[in-house]
Write a protein that binds this ligand. Sequence first.
Ligand SMILES: Nc1ncnc2c1ncn2[C@@H]1O[C@H](COP(=O)(O)OP(=O)(O)OP(=O)(O)O)[C@@H](O)[C@H]1O
Ligand SMILES: [Mg+2]
Length: 139
Amino acid sequence: MTAGIDLGQPQAQSVRSDEDVVRVRQLVRAVAVASKLSLVDQTKVVTAASELARNTLVYGGGGSVEVTVVDNGRRNGVQIVFADSGPGIADLDLAMTDGYTSGGGLGLGLSGSRRLVDEFQIETSAETGTRITVTKWSR
Ligand SMILES: Nc1ncnc2c1ncn2[C@@H]1O[C@H](COP(=O)(O)OP(=O)(O)OP(=O)(O)O)[C@@H](O)[C@H]1O
Ligand SMILES: [Mg+2]
């Protein structure tokens, strides 16, 4: 159930630890259930959120996640913003390439996440850090 979650408001979660990444997963799952996403779509958006929150922690030096129920008049969905004040992503095309990692990972977090959601937007710079917005719509 989603007791305690006011879906009219964006839900914020800071990302400072592995436990916080788990909290992000739980929050996104709860909001995805409440927005009536299918089980498959819930799992896709939770998986994407988990990868992006882990990047926020590992590469961004921590940051924040905000989860919002959105409605485009025809469908509702889940929108998630991941923000950090880290070093930014110098070469975005390279970072989005399957298998590219600067940190000994699999290099599938960004590229895989993009495939799991309907909308994927990145703003990144050395001055402002990285802000990634993803949306998953109900079908
Ligand atoms: N928030 C971020 N700030 C700075 N750099 C980032 C951020 N997120 C991703 N990157 C850069 O993009 C690269 C690719 O990220 P991606 O998630 O695809 O792979 P990974 O984290 O290295 O490995 P994996 O996620 O598969 O374990 C990272 O190695 C890192 O260099
Ligand atoms: Mg990653």
